[in-house]
Design a protein around this ligand. Structure first.
Ligand SMILES: Nc1ncnc2c1ncn2[C@@H]1O[C@H](COP(=O)(O)OP(=O)(O)OP(=O)(O)O)[C@@H](O)[C@H]1O
Ligand SMILES: [Mg+2]
Length: 402
């Protein structure tokens, strides 16, 4: 059972669907960026979607991370087709809710659209602008498309085309003076820079859209969790203030908090939980990034070399396949490396969600925290090396001169 953030969701739904003068820019699109595992998807599913639906909107949700290797445009088109199909089905739960909330008189039948669903997104088929215009007009309400992990659409030609098609739909619908509803686009992403790129770069589809940090869980969530765990932890229950600080230190990740509280259980009786929780939190958060880096290691030496190259290129690596790159891998591995092998290594990294395509031929580390951990590790290894030398020198200095 997730902790519900109803107030926050209702406020966001209001701003999106019933914007005051200052919020109208949200109609250009809203992008929420937050780090990994902070509860973005949970918030969308458990709170925001129900709040939007309660205000009468038709909500279509798609997660581009559900299948990292899939074509993002295909995933979006598939979700739209499925939502429209449900609206065509007499008695479907979507239709029932729409009737109940909006009071729309649909009779017993479902919607019928003037185009073939199967053609949506196909070359020569109905455009997204046409499809969404018809949907808004039939349903007489707002349509919200939520794309989770939207930055995955950036790396593909088809993803870019799809984003532009969504912008065209937005412009076609929202500029009509008497439109019975608006088209709203909400995107979330784990990579702030990539997500912001969508909204600020002139060449991106959603130029002018609003970007916000995902509001992370805070004190109220911590207090809720402490109430839940108190029966089990008893006098090993930490104080709210110390727990909140620990939660923050662990990047506001609920799973990490639960792990840390679990560690408290094994403390000997009489020890102070407030004294131990900060240390536990610190070591756990270091472990989380390490686990990701270990995944890289288990994928083999070449994959590690490719990952290092991507990290080394400041998060925007190309040239993973150049003759120079192949030669460098070869030196690291002590054998010849061919381009198809590198392709395989890259595929493995993308399959594990460690690396993503940014634009054609460019790759970056998906989780900025993992990249940071990698750099920190490189640095500390470098420091250790330097320290080793320093010590050797000092030892040499201590030796009596001959
Ligand atoms: N409101 C909440 N109450 C309780 N647990 C939560 C809440 N939000 C998130 N969690 C837990 O935190 C974990 C991460 O949540 P979620 O998958 O929603 O995050 P995310 O930011 O979408 O992650 P990812 O980066 O993997 O997409 C899950 O185990 C989830 O159950
Ligand atoms: Mg998610």
């Amino acid at each position: 059972m997730p902790y519900h953030r109803t107030g926050l969701a209702e406020q966001m739904a209001q701003q999106l669907l019933r914007p005051g003068f200052l919020d109208t820019s949200l109609r250009s699109g809203l992008f929420l960026s937050g780090q990994r595992r902070v509860g973005k998807t949970t918030f969308l599913a458990a709170d925001l979607i129900p709040a939007l639906e309660a205000l009468g909107a038709v909500v279509i949700y798609v997660d581009l991370w559900s299948q990292p290797q899939a074509n993002p445009a295909e995933l979006v088109h598939g979700a739209i087709r499925q939502a429209l199909a449900e609206l065509q089905t007499p008695g479907s739960s979507v239709l029932k809710r729409l009737k109940r909330v909006t009071g729309l008189d649909l009779g017993a039948a479902g919607f019928s659209f003037g185009f073939k669903l199967a053609e949506l997104g196909k070359p020569g088929g109905v455009s997204l602008a046409q499809a969404f215009t018809e949907l808004v007009d039939r349903a007489q309400t707002d349509v919200v498309l939520i794309v989770d992990e939207v930055q995955h659409a950036l790396g593909h030609a088809e993803g870019d085309a799809m984003l532009h098609a969504l912008k065209a739909a937005r412009d076609a619908i929202n500029t009509r003076p008497d439109t019975p509803g608006h088209f709203l686009f909400v995107g979330t992403g784990s990579h702030r820079a990539r997500v912001q790129e969508l909204a600020v770069k002139g060449n991106q589809a959603f130029n002018g859209a609003v970007t916000h940090e995902f509001p992370v869980l805070g004190r109220e969530f911590v207090e809720h969790v402490l109430t839940q765990v108190r029966p089990q932890l008893g006098d090993k229950t930490p104080s709210a203030a110390v727990t909140e600080a620990a939660f923050q230190a662990m990047g506001h990740r609920p799973e990490e908090l639960m792990k840390a509280l679990n560690v408290l259980r094994s403390l000997p009786p009489g020890t102070s939980p407030d004294e131990h929780l900060p240390t536990i939190a610190q070591s756990l958060s270091a472990t989380a990034a390490d686990i990701e880096l270990q995944k890289v290691e288990t994928l083999g030496a070449l994959t590690e070399a490719v990952f290092a190259r991507i990290c080394g290129e400041d998060g925007d690596a190309r040239g993973l396949f150049t003759a120079e790159a192949l030669k460098a891998y070869g030196v690291q591995l002590g054998r010849e490396v061919a381009a198809p092998e590198v392709q395989g290594a890259l595929g493995a990294l993308m399959g594990a969600n460690l690396v993503m395509r940014i634009k054609h031929g460019h790759y970056g580390v998906t989780d900025p925290l993992v990249e940071k951990a990698w750099r920190a590790r490189q640095e500390s290894q470098g420091l250790l090396g330097a320290k080793g030398k320093g010590e050797a020198k000092r030892a040499a200095d201590r030796r009596p001169a001959p």
